[in-house]
Ligand binder design. Structure first.
Ligand code: PBG
Length: 325
């Protein structure tokens, strides 16, 4: 076997998969201008942007060749309600951010998250009745939320809520409102994972979340069920399916790609980012090569693109590598 690993050119020649800047989607956090921002706990190097800063960041991302950006708004507890009404405000932070990016950086794609947890006082992704998360009432609101974001200019609508039947309902509502060209990226396989807590801090959900999300997000022990989830979302009209969290679920990425051959994304979540950054901050590992190895693993597992907070770092590294070649 070592005959084939002798020289750099030979290793390059025989390399099976590779990572390119075209595989990266950059999740970013936004916050109202007047709220003084603090560091996001457990996410060193990630800040919440004001809309002006976001436009600047989107321009830099586009210049690096990153094809798509995924903004997530921080919602203060004063704007949170039982049913997350702020999600339907046409001038809410996410809609203003989408419009600002579309106007100033039209050549970058925008993926926007549809779910209520960012807007609810209890931090759940749906409408709550006692301890129950109401499915169909939630889906109705999600449809309106999707229209609100599509009207602002979102290119990809990404429902991350895990209610049943929402993909078909949202597709129908988008089509009915003239948004036939807006794609749906379904968080088809989203596990009830402990890797999301830095994200919940970043969007202001952590302090208010009561209980857990296990009645709608999936049990991490299940893999056949992931195929079932994805097959339903595809049948309902999802254009792209996503797996989350990422690194703990490379087997699932592989199974979905193998079974459906559909565009498949993975989300390298906030907790995964935190683990790598924490070890690198201690100089226990070397940040750049670990980031690149972790992203390449998604490609090997069959993913077409990766949502990663490391997107700008990875894009920069890829650019330097091309220069060296
Ligand atoms: C909202 C949502 C979450 C994430 C993306 N969209 C949190 C959750 O479901 O609790 C997590 C992303 C990350 O951890 O980086 N539904």
């Amino acid at each position: 076997m070592r005959r084939s690993r002798q020289f750099p050119w030979l290793r390059r020649l025989l390399q099976e998969v590779s990572l390119s800047v075209n595989d990266l989607i950059w999740p970013v956090f936004i916050i109202e201008e007047h709220l003084t921002d603090q560091e996001i706990p457990a996410m060193p190097g990630v800040r919440r942007f004001s809309i002006d800063q976001l436009v600047h960041a989107a321009r830099e991302a586009a210049a690096l060749g990153i094809p798509c950006i995924a903004p997530f708004p921080f919602t203060a507890s004063s704007h949170r309600t039982e049913r997350g009404e702020e999600s339907l405000n046409p001038n809410n932070l996410i809609c203003c951010a989408i419009r600002a990016i579309k106007e100033s950086v039209p050549n970058i794609g925008i993926m926007s998250d549809v779910a209520l947890d960012i807007y609810t006082s209890h931090g759940h992704d749906g409408v709550v009745d006692g301890k129950r998360i109401l499915n169909d009432q939630t889906v109705e609101i999600l449809c309106q939320q999707a229209i609100n974001q599509a009207s602002a200019g979102a290119d990809l609508i990404a429902p991350s809520d895990m209610m049943d039947g929402r993909i078909g309902a949202i597709r129908c509502e988008l089509d009915r409102n003239g948004f036939q060209d807006v794609l749906i990226v379904s968080y088809a396989v989203k596990y009830a994972s402990a890797f999301y807590s830095p994200f919940r801090n970043a969007v202001g959900s952590n302090d208010c979340l009561k209980g857990n999300k296990r009645t709608y997000q999936m049990n991490s022990a299940n893999s056949d069920e992931a195929l079932h989830e994805a097959s339903l979302d595809l049948a309902e009209g999802a254009d792209i399916i996503m797996v989350k969290p990422g690194m703990p679920c490379l087997d699932i990425c592989w199974r979905l790609k193998d079974a459906f051959g559909m565009p498949t994304f993975a989300y390298q979540t906030s907790g995964e980012y935190a683990m790598i950054q924490a070890a690198a901050c201690e100089s226990w590992i070397d940040l750049d090569p670990v980031v690149m190895e972790s992203l390449l693993a998604f490609k090997r597992a069959g993913c077409d693109a990766i949502l990663t907070y490391f997107a700008p770092i990875a894009a920069q590294i890829l650019r330097e590598q091309t220069r060296q070649d």
